[in-house]
Write a protein that binds this ligand. Sequence first.
Ligand SMILES: [Zn+2]
Length: 441
Amino acid sequence: MQADSLITADYVLTMDRNLTVVQKGAIAVKDKKIIAVGPADELMRTFSSLQTIGGDGKVAFPGLVNTHTHAAMVYFRGLADDLPLKVWLEEHIWPAEGRWLSPEFVHDAVELACLEMLKGGITSYADMYFFSDSGARATKKIGMRAVIGAGIVDFPTVTGKNADDYLANAERLIAAWKGDDLITPSIADHSAYACSPETLKKSRECAEKHGVPLQIHISETAWEVGEILSRYHKRPVAHLEALGFLNENLIAAHCVWLEPDEIEMLAERRTGVSHCIESNLKLASGIAPVTSMLKAGVRVTFGTDGAASNNDLNILSEMSTAAKVHKAVSGDPTALNAKQALLMATRWGAEAMGLGRVTGSLEPGKAADIVLADLNQPHLAPLYDVYSHIVYSMHAADVDTVLVNGSMVVDKKKLTTADEAEIVAKASAWGKKIKKADTRF
Ligand SMILES: [Zn+2]
């Protein structure tokens, strides 16, 4: 049988229902899809292939999934650090966005974000931002998979005056991208404090009408919980539940401040939670009750949040940080083990974004979204447990090859779809302009 490519590795971590690991394994890819996974010698006998990728000293696993970010914010990386969320957002980030956001800014910044993510083994991400069409075009050009959300708020910004303007932007984004093989359009309500109940209901209706995912920030800070309580006499999750906003078609970012009954609601509604541990730590927002959520059956996944509050887009380090923090917080060193963390960063992430049938595991019929990482590194030797190494020891720089939808977008640590040096040079040029105009510097 003919395959387009055969990918071989010392270990193939499928992340399927049985968490099958194939030693000396291979993956056969044809027409953008995985057609077989199994022992390398068997697949080499069965398939003749145009190219063979990988080999000794490699581990293959599904492309990592970043379920919450604001990709274009990479251009504000390090612009304002060591501040509380409200001051950081209202006095630094929102004014910078007001001054700089444009279709060109978002396009160029998203190219940089995609470059950073792909080189760290992330093949899919969920985004909430403005000028979403530019973000979608840059993502498609670089060859990454994404759920791109059109940002919805009630106040004026550079892309609209009110909620109706933002919903019209979302309608346009959906019309332009629905059915694309890499980009899934989505509606991204900022939060229950920046969007009125009316706006949230309209967004939900629009998402249902078009069959697209919704995204929102929920209970990121204690301030937010107090604000929603004083406005609506309900905590944020209960408020959203009463509006019919919660379901499995929603990615809820943060979910730091939850009561047990809110955890139950998220589990019952099968709402995917994006846990953004590094952003929450850096902004001192708090630590989400992840072990309680997992126990209740909530589908918890990992998000980096924007690079202005992290400050990188690295799911390998999110897994490592989260796995350690939740051990410390729960006083239980068995909490959030390495296998569980990788599952959350792959198959569960894809499911939370509505892409469970498309990506998230290495199984026949799924898109070939595959990472090959180099195990021949000082910090990865010796090797007893490959899950442990990926979660606790692997660096983004160990990622060697990345396939998205069957295309090799990273080959021997180099992006194949655009000029890396040009993307980084553009970022520096934008940075110089931003710095020059900023009175704080
Ligand atoms: Zn966010």
